[in-house]
Write a new protein. Sequence first.
Lengths: 540, 388
Amino acid sequence: MTKPAQMTSHDATLADDTVSHEHHEHHIPKGLMRWVLTTNHKDIGTLYLWFAFIMFLVGGAMAMVIRAELFQPGLQIVEPNFFNQMTTVHGLIMVFGAVMPAFTGLANWLIPMMIGAPDMALPRMNNWSFWILPFAFAILLGSLFMEGGGPAFGWTFYAPLSTTYSNDSTALFVFSVHIMGISSIMGAINVIVTIFNMRAPGMTWMKMPLFVWTWLITAFLLIAVMPVLAGAVTMVLTDKFFGTSFFDAAGGGDPVMFQHIFWFFGHPEVYIMILPAFGIISQIIPTFARKPLFGYASMVYATASIALLSFIVWAHHMFTTGMPVYMEMFFMFATMLISVPTGVKVFNWVATMWRGSMSFEVPMLFALAFIVLFTIGGLSGLMLAITPVDFQYHDTYFVVAHFHYVLVTGAIFSIMAAVYYWVPKWTGRMFNITLAKWHFWCSLVSVNVLFFPMHFVGLAGMPRRIPDYSLQFADFNQWISIGGFAFGLSQLIFLTVVIQACRKQGEPVSDQVWDGAHGLEWEIPSPAPYHTFETPPVVK
Amino acid sequence: MKKLANIVLMVLGTLATTAAFSHAFAAQQATGDAATLNLRKGVTDISGQVYDLHMLMFTICVVIAVVVFGAMFISIYLHRRSRGATPATFHENVKVEIAWTVVPFLILIFMAFPAAQTLIAMEDTSEPDMTVLVTGSQWKWHYKYMDSDVSFYSLMATQREQISNRYEKGENYLLEVDRPLVIPTGQKVRFLITSDDVIHSWWVPDFAVKKDANPGFINEAWTKVNEPGLYRGQCAELCGKDHGFMPIVVIAKAPEDFAVWMGEQEKMQREAKAEEQRLLAMSMSMEELMSEGNKVYTATCAACHMPNGEGLKGAFPALKGSKLATEDMQGHIDIVVNGKTGTAMQAFGKMLSLRELAAVITYERNAWGNNTEELVQPKDVNAFIQGQ
């Protein structure tokens, strides 16, 4: 509360500020260099989002190859070796290239606008953390064209398949993962420093929008685990090329240790991909229910609990590796516990809707679909936590169904909801509502045709990561592939909507855009000016 | 009108989905094929317990889903702006929030007890009646009966032509092997599971046994099969190119039948050894070696080096025209017998008989235009092995 007083001393120069501010805008470089040199959080947010979208389409194209091969039993289109490269790179691209950069893009656009800051705290690092990403993925995708192909050991790159038994392109894989990790860490540092130091006067911790809270916690998770991933890939590199034996029993190492290290990164990583989604849904539901979020404080505590628990559940990915029975029990019970704070979140969203005054605009449709479908993924997750039955589910399509429900209809649906929710603020125009509804309904139906039958084939015994399957699985796989192609095509509708929005087609919108929307980002003009909150607002 | 259309669409979608699933269930009951939609009950006491646990968890999850989604859809129906709903202003309620933290916790405790009980039973490998060592390698299983001399490799028996769609696919496509594992019913069989190369996972759904095969370490699992029968499984951990093509078949026989089978195997194993000795004294003809070599090559080598001997660039070297397979004969025998450390090339010396080794090396030196006209006899291979 001392800051406003400080501000008044500058009041006299405020008029000047406005002038110099416009003067500044005249000097935005045009064309390509604007984007290469930009330190503006909105530009960088846009870059991240477009990059994520392109990667989503590239990773999606690989999923189409996978589903085309699995359309019928037998090998029709690709060789098993290439099939394994497709599953591997599809996973890597969707995790590190699509979901994570999309959330970082949203963080860049929204966090300064939500907390009343003029920009991110470290704008030059912000530029760098984005611009190394295209190189990381160029290296990864380029490795596919090497002799012997790219990485084919699954996105989890278990040793020794990724060390002794992989080909030389592994070095490129390791290098590209290092770059992705550095980018993520820099993004996370920026988010933390911004939120800690640049909140507007009166924006106390417990007044922060939930999207800001969930991203803050996510950023801490990133800083904690990305170095662990960097360690894992480095050990893979030295095991393969420099004669170390971290994961080779012949030299005193242990291949299962790789899995412990990987999943110590990997499980918090899953929450890195879902906590910001919780934040988005917690912004959207109150807007369209026209009622404040139920249990704000418990939402914050639940997010923090999920983040803390994420560090003590990693070995539930490894129940079949031959752990001692007491460790299996510890990880089973710890994993089951996660459903408590996650349940609190879902109950809070339903309670927010309860006795509200709901309307069903496109962002709300995606948010509602998120709640139902993410919960289905959460419940199958609870089933997977039960060690004795996990022995049956593990490494089958039941697991594939589970993590696609939480990541596609969870994380990705939340990103789509976020884009539809905030894109009018970004462009100043309403998107094409008819096409957006087509996008929603086509996606909703096809995504369930795609992923729901995977539960059945998984329970019936179809292992994951196989290019060919026995005849009993043929009918369902055909349905799954049809759903997959339909879901892939539906995303072209999304592409059309987004391109139209970027070209500023559509009706101009008000500053508030949605009549139930509250928060600082809805108080600035639409479209959001290039520079916002150069003078901090005061939050009451 | 638009809202109405949306609701109609939603109802239709739900109906269509329900209809599709009930149709699938009906079809399943009609054919008696229990293994297309749900987990199977299996044929051991443990697998039955696992199935019950699965159904318990499934039921609880469905109940939770119905309650949560029910509340949500009631709210969506009743509390719509288009119905003239005015928003309430409440945004917290400590009692309710404590209730929905505590109640799920109690449900979890209710789930934890049976889960822990079953888990402890599954991991108790003590006091087995017999033990089998299961070793995975790219891409086959090896079984060794620890109480006798009997051991053998078990390879997928589905023809490559079926996979490449040139022949029609058989009933047990990808789930059939040349030599199944045979175990007795009613006895506690312990499996020691390990690997020669990468991580594999030995999985037979009907036993509810899935355990990773880790190179350099030995895992334990066990089963006690109640019903004689034939049970199929697959490798469940990505292990490279042909991960999808390393099935598992286990035949459970009544103890008397098992004893008979075991006797036969021991006799066969002895005879094979005698044959090996006999072969050392004589020479095989080019035709014999080439035709046997072709078979061994197709079953053992073609997965990596390809049926045309050209390998896969950057991953598996070509044999066609290679220096080793056309000039350096001792080097050729060496790499086949001892493998090459640090690569996917395994040591086949312990996997194949002298006759098979001689045949496949001869084949590789004379197929695909390698025409060295050189013969490698079982005694040559034996001399190499003895000389090491």
